[in-house]
Design a protein around this ligand. Structure first.
Ligand code: SF4
Ligand code: SF4
Ligand code: SF4
Ligand code: FES
Length: 956
């Protein structure tokens, strides 16, 4: 079993201003210990195995010094200082034990116990309660103060949060929860109301947790030393008997968790304090939203059917795989070898993704492989590879703690990447400045203790114009780092770009009419970023999902190079990846034109290496991208598809076009947990395995490869990787792996940036950031140090070209789309969890001025019509969006956000232009025609799914 032990050192490691801190030597109970300057006595003692009793201290929070349990004696000092708040000094002599100290500590514990339920043995936290532990450590069995006095034992429990309870009778007012919410999460939802005996924890204005500002990150629950704040799952099922470390299956932050189990049941997910991406923090999704893994909607038996009008028939794995293989072979024999292809998933592991693209290239014999990253971050790959030489973010998340000015453009980290947002907010509270470039007032623009220095609230679709004008200011005001550029970039490209951005037409004043952002704001923001000691840029899908997505990625890289903000801690260009393994699915060679490690299929040397290893001849021409596959399906030349863990019928643009293409194919094979929107068009259903049911790795947005560990057996009997292996064998291409670690060995063998990566090494180091190679055997936290991966950085002229999707009198508003904290992507997972308590439907955000013009009030049903289609949503009238812009999410299939999005896409990568759709909005009183058809079709498909119980032959 992988070790998950973490000894709580009581206080965090000291923040050292330099990489080489000064050390201090002292004596604790006669033992000599040397620790970095600034360390607390408590932490120093812990380093030599001496755990000083404590209650209000924990090593994820700053010391507070309220419980007085950790008192020690220091030679030459009067009194009994608290070891959590007292910092070590050279030559200090500390005594942590003694009769007097014991008496003091016993007294403290007796006072706490006197106002605490006296049922330790039957308490569900028995064995996992720090108060109980401390009582035992200091030798308290009863309290002298326990009888007759006032107490809080009749206080009511708050059950409002779907995942945890707050029981005030258990509360010892240690304030760890309040500090966790402030320091770790940055939401400031909790306070200690009242003083002395009347002190009590309150959420917001003494509201139930669910109604308060609480975002259910769980930091307070994790920090609470008693059962006061406790997961409902622990109360219902008891505490765990074992724990396994794994990686969150939701967003690209890639948080590390201890999955705690009891009798094989997952009890809770505890954020790993040693996790390199999250340092013990989490968000509501990773922490609590795992109920989908055991949801009754899960399909756990393979199924086949001849057409989508027929009921499903349950079959054995062998039958399902043989049927899929024979269908694929038939289609290739009838329509040619290019008539089929596959889609890999950014929700699946690196190993699974690698195998699917290998299946397509080696067993299907073509390059018709693509990934859902096509519709999110493909412009990142192209744009960063072209400018700086590597298709990945340049930093580790911790780098943000060195940033002085942070630009967040086209991203909403508090909702999309919450744990990283909390870290960024910590840095902002320390004084870093923030520039937000977004059409919406995202959460970071103003939140407790944080306010963006500038919110550049641009019109959707004008990113490039805005960044060209920022660069104009940098260059024309002499703010560029010419020495850096001279040393590290291609001179000709620099001169050409400099001349281009210097043109008056790219000035903030000239671009103001395009972007809608006042020129003086742009000038001030540009100066702030360019003159920062360290300037960092973080961006998301609001950058990439445009017709100029790649141009904008290049514009960001241009700006970072021009200002010298690449190649060290605190700076960089950082794409925030949406799904957990977007980086990994791209790295693994999912795109039709690239092998693993972003090497073009036309490169004869690379191809020869893969051919030798795989024992087949490989195609030198790129295959079809997802939109091309769908087009070809409608043209009648593309007939079959293997779709692992992806749901294009909901996630891809122009839903009606996608579903028509799926319906036109003869064999759609879907591998997933549920009957997804795409699975409703499938002929073969392979039940998928959740992240708890398989081994593998995910690669997060900072290139960090982390282990996913099997916690329970696959509910359907096979893990996803095993199914792909069997399908390849059934297709006649032999694949022999007994464990995903062998797939990683192959990836490492064939991919220079993964050289030396093994499961054993990841287990040993905790995680590895690629590139990993002979020069950096333990990985590379910061890229482009000294020089760019491509040698010299290359500037690209980024001419602003307006999208063809224009507002007109008929479609006067711009619809832009995004996501919310509690839901994830197409929602197939989070809709099947308690997270629906926060959001159970998509809504349309509309500015009060636009709403008033149309007579729309809060909660009204409104029709949203574009050139592609019409949907109906409830309206939310809000100033979060600027006038002229409306916004929605795409988490609920019945809302059909992608029915209205267009087929426009990025010029370089075909990434869809989700962020700009011209629409009109009006009051309506019934669902759209598409929604009515959707409901009918869904009902039919659910009936056909149920029908298998009567007509299907169940064989396992
Ligand atoms: S769950 Fe998170 S946001 Fe809510 S009160 Fe606790 S720490 Fe604060
Ligand atoms: S709820 Fe828990 S963490 Fe918060 S003050 Fe009470 S005992 Fe401490
Ligand atoms: S921030 Fe992302 S990776 Fe971390 S717990 Fe939340 S969803 Fe999971
Ligand atoms: S642990 Fe030091 S005062 Fe509470």
């Amino acid at each position: 079993m992988y070790s998950v032990d973490h000894v709580d050192a009581g206080t965090p490691a000291p923040v050292t201003p330099s990489p080489s801190p000064q050390f201090v030597t002292l004596e604790i109970d006669g033992v000599t210990v040397t620790v970095p300057e600034g360390t607390s006595i408590m932490r120093a003692a812990s380093r030599v195995g001496n755990q000083i009793p404590k209650l209000c201290a924990t090593d994820t929070l700053k010391a507070f010094g309220s419980c007085r349990l950790c008192l020690v004696e220091v030679e030459g000092r009067r009194g009994f200082p608290a070891s959590c708040t007292t910092v070590v000094s050279e030559g200090m002599k500390v005594r942590t034990h003694g009769d007097h100290l014991s008496r003091l500590r016993r007294n403290v514990i007796e006072l706490y116990v006197s106002d605490h339920p006296l049922d330790c043995i039957t308490c569900p936290a028995n064995g996992h309660c720090e108060l109980q532990d401390m009582a035992e450590v200091v030798g308290v069995e009863h309290s002298r103060y326990a009888f007759g006095g006032a107490d809080h034992q009749d206080a009511k429990t708050d059950e409002s949060n779907p995942y945890f309870t707050f029981d005030p009778t258990m509360c010892i007012a240690c304030s760890r929860c309040v500090r966790a919410c402030d320091e770790q999460q940055g939401t400031f939802a909790l306070t200690i109301h009242g003083r002395g005996f009347a002190s009590r924890v309150a959420a917001s204005q003494s509201q139930p947790f669910l109604e308060s500002e609480c975002v259910s990150c769980g930091a307070c629950v994790e920090a609470c030393p008693t059962l006061a704040l406790t997961e409902k799952s622990v109360l219902a099922k008891g505490t765990a008997d074992r724990a396994v470390k794994t990686t969150c299956a939701y967003c690209g932050v890639g948080c590390s968790f201890k999955a705690e189990l009891r009798n094989g049941d997952l009890i809770r997910m505890v954020p790993d304090r040693d996790g390199h991406a999250n340092h013990g923090h989490s968000c509501v999704k990773g922490r609590f939203a795992f109920g989908y893994t055991t949801h009754p909607d899960r399909i756990t038996t393979p199924m086949i059917r001849r057409s989508i009008e027929e009921p499903w028939q349950e079959v054995t794995w062998d039958e399902a795989i043989a049927h899929a293989a024979s269908e694929f072979k038939r289609l290739q024999a009838t329509y040619g070898k290019y008539a089929i292809g596959g889609i890999t998933s950014s929700r699946c592991t690196n190993e699974e993704t690698f195998l699917v693209q290998k299946l397509v290239r080696a067993a299907f014999g073509n390059n018709n492989t693509d990934t859902c990253a096509r519709v999110c971050h493909s412009p990142t790959g192209y744009g960063l590879k072209s400018t700086i030489g590597e298709s990945a973010g340049t930093q580790r998340f911790d780098s943000v703690m060195q940033a002085d000015v942070i630009i967040v453009v086209g991203a909403n980290p508090t909702d999309g990447h919450p744990v990283f947002a909390s870290q960024m907010k910590r840095r902002l509270r320390e004084g870093a400045k923030l520039i937000v470039a977004d059409p919406r007032a995202i959460g970071l623009v103003r939140s407790p203790h944080i306010e963006a220095a500038y919110h550049l609230q641009l019109r959707p679709g004008t990113n490039v114009a805005l960044f060209d004008s920022i660069s104009h200011v940098v260059v024309t005001e002499g703010l560029a780092k010419e020495d850096y550029v001279r040393e590290r970039c291609e001179p000709a490209s620099w001169e050409a770009w400099k001349a281009f951005v210097s043109e008056a037409r790219n000035s903030p004043e000239a671009m103001e009419t395009v972007t809608g952002v006042p020129a003086d704001l742009v000038r001030q923001a540009a100066r702030l970023y360019a003159t920062a000691r360290n300037g960092a840029i973080y961006y998301g899908l609001g950058v990439t999902e445009h017709s100029q997505g790649t141009t904008m990625v290049m514009a960001i890289a241009n700006l970072a190079m021009a200002t010298g903000n690449l190649g060290r801690e605190g700076v960089g260009v950082n794409p925030l990846r949406g799904q957990n393994n977007v980086q990994g699915s791209c790295d693994m060679g999912s795109f039709p034109h690239e092998f693993a490690g972003y090497r073009h299929v036309s490169d004869p040397v690379v191809r020869a290496m893969f051919e030798k290893d795989w024992g087949v001849t490989l195609e030198a021409e790129p295959g079809l991208r997802i939109p091309n596959m769908l087009e070809a399906a409608l043209d009648g030349s593309f007939k079959g598809m293997y779709i692992q863990g992806e749901d294009p019928a909901q996630s891809d643009p122009d839903t009606q076009h996608v579903t028509a293409a799926l319906a036109s194919m003869e064999c759609v094979v879907v591998q997933d947990l549920f009957l997804t929107e795409t699975a409703k068009y499938a002929h073969v259903f392979f039940p998928g395995s959740s992240f708890l049911e398989k081994d593998g790795t995910f690669t997060n947005a900072e290139r960090r490869i982390s282990r996913v560990r099997k916690i329970m057996e696959p509910r359907a009997g096979l893990a996803d990787w095993e199914v792909t292996v069997r399908l390849a064998n059934a297709m006649g291409y032999p694949m022999r792996y007994s464990h995903p670690s062998e797939v990683m060995d192959e990836i490492a063998r064939l991919t220079p940036t993964f050289k030396g990566v093994t499961f054993e090494k990841i287990d040993r180091l905790g995680s590895i950031q690629w590139p990993c190679n002979d020069a950096a055997p333990e990985g590379t936290p910061t890229m482009h140090v000294g020089q760019f991966v491509r040698g010299k950085g290359k500037f690209f002229v980024t001419e602003y070209v307006p999208t063809t999707e224009r507002t007109t009198r008929r479609y006067p508003l711009i619809l832009t789309t995004g996501r919310i904290l509690s839901q994830y992507n197409v929602g197939a997972q989070t809709r099947r969890t308690g997270n629906v308590a926060w959001a159970h439907a998509d809504v349309l955000e509309i500015h009060p001025a636009d709403a008033e013009l149309r007579g729309i009030k809060q909660g009204d049903w409104v029709g949203v019509t574009s050139r592609s289609g019409e949907i109906v949503l409830p309206a939310e009238v809000t100033e979060r969006v600027r006038p002229g812009v409306v916004y929605t999410t795409f988490h609920f299939p019945e809302s059909g956000a992608n029915v209205v999005t267009t087929e426009n896409s990025d010029w370089a990568t075909n990434c869809p232009e989700y962020k700009v759709t011209a629409v009109e909005v009006m009051q309506v009183n019934q669902p759209s025609e598409w929604q009515k058809r959707f409901r009918t079709f869904t009902d039919q498909q659910l009936d056909l799914l149920k029908a298998h119980e009567t007509v299907g032959v169940t064989r396992r």
